[in-house]
Write a protein that binds this ligand. Structure first.
Ligand code: RB5
Length: 146
């Protein structure tokens, strides 16, 4: 599984934490910044990463900003992206099992690095359940196609 990761200036520390987790898990990933000493605009990071996931170049994406909200709003504008804004472990598991989320967004001003690491670990290692959830995802896909 190939992961694309990025953050704005508000998410640099959690991005670093998640990269060390992915190293530990032996996952292949690419870091798309930011190299930010100063303030940057989250759509400039969320949209290219979301496009890389939507195109199949990467299997999943992880985005971090101050709240996770801007990143998730931007990523979800890209067709085929199901970006889940998650700040608890229960939702991390549920969004993989039920929503087959292909992107995860978190906010560094909301949670600490320890919880972010655990959320990412669960999100990265939980499989989609399919079954009854497939029909629901198909309804979203059908809407997107129109
Ligand atoms: C940047 O100040 C902040 O707005 C951004 O990191 C994020 O929280 C936006 O949703």
């Amino acid at each position: 599984m190939k992961i694309a990761i990025a953050s704005d200036h508000g998410g640099v520390n959690i991005r670093k934490e998640i990269k060390s987790l992915m190293d530990e898990l032996g996952l292949e990933y690419e870091d798309f910044g930011c190299e930010c000493g100063t303030s940057v605009d989250y759509p400039d990071y969320a949209l290219p990463v979301a496009e890389k996931v939507a195109s199949g170049e990467f299997d999943r994406g992880i985005l971090v900003c101050g709240t996770g909200i801007g990143m998730s709003i931007a990523a979800n504008k890209v067709k085929g992206i199901r970006c889940a804004l998650v700040h608890d472990v229960f939702s991390a598991k549920a969004t993989r099992e039920h929503n087959n989320s292909n992107m995860l967004a978190m906010g560094e001003r909301v949670i600490g690095p320890g919880l972010a690491r655990e959320i990412a670990r669960v999100w990265l290692t939980t499989d989609y359940e399919g079954g009854r959830h497939e029909n629901r995802l198909n309804k979203i896909k059908a809407y997107e196609e129109n």
